[in-house]
Design a protein around this ligand. Structure first.
Ligand code: SAH
Length: 231
């Protein structure tokens, strides 16, 4: 049977999920909590990593290597780059890039290091399941590139630079780290984000106001996806 990892970065992103699990078993490992449980008959392990690429790398690795998860779904919030995305809208990553990875001094493109990829694609099957779920629910789901970096972006200039350099539609702080782990370990993964802000001057205020509601929109969608994934 499949064992699905559901990961967020912050407590707000996974609380709506943990509340819906049965037979929850909590384990502390590497200074973090992991919640094993059952959702509608499916085995899941849920955790929030804490913010940023390094914590996200640690948690994704542990979910796979210690808890033996064979599929990883990330649920959370992001800042919008595309004008099409408004607060509360959902975006799935077709691929993810690290916008703060920079060895351009050696003639490489932004986001590239030797033996790495500028943009890591997410699993197509999982994306197709998400599109079916969205259709069924009558929800609009944007698909695009998501850029990740260890920065809360609240600056129009930086946001536009990320948008044009990586052709990204949204930005956040964990997705590409999860992608590096999962693609290296051959684990199908999926990144879903609901918009909490527009990565501009008002980003921190909007984020505080909409974190909870947007995180819940993303979490609810992820749970419907778990239902739609074959066991
Ligand atoms: N308010 C928090 C910090 C949030 S950091 C505190 O004070 O502790 C932002 C989190 O939401 C990250 O996990 C990131 O993935 C996502 N995110 C949402 N909007 C973002 C933005 N504009 N820039 C970068 N990350 C963003």
């Amino acid at each position: 049977m499949r064992k699905i990892a559901i990961m967020g970065a912050m407590p707000e992103e996974i609380e709506p999920i943990i509340g819906k699990l049965e037979n929850v078993k909590e384990t502390v490992y590497a200074a973090n909590k992991y919640y094993e449980g059952i959702y509608n008959g499916k085995e899941v392990v849920v955790a929030y990593s804490k913010i940023g690429k390094v914590f996200a790398t640690l948690t994704a690795t542990i979910l796979i290597e210690k808890f033996a998860c064979d599929t990883l779904l990330f649920s959370g919030v992001a800042g919008a780059i595309s004008d099409e995305l408004k607060i509360g809208d959902l975006i799935i990553a077709e691929g993810v890039s690290q916008h703060d990875l920079d060895i351009t001094a050696f003639g490489h493109p932004y986001g590239y290091v030797p033996e790495g990829e500028v943009c890591i694609p997410t699993d197509m099957n999982l994306r197709n399941i998400a599109k079916d779920v969205a259709k069924e629910k009558g929800l609009t789901l944007k698909e695009g590139i998501i850029a990740t970096g260890d920065q809360f972006v609240a600056n129009e200039e930086r946001k536009n630079w990320i948008g044009s350099t990586f052709k990204a539609d949204a930005l956040e702080m964990e997705g590409a780290a999860v992608a590096v782990v999962c693609s290296s370990l051959n684990i199908p993964f999926f990144i879903l984000r609901a918009i909490s802000d527009s990565a501009d001057m008002d980003a921190s205020f909007n984020f505080d106001e909409f974190l909870e509601s947007s995180a819940k929109i993303s979490a609810d969608f992820i749970l419907t996806m778990v239902d739609a994934i074959d066991s």
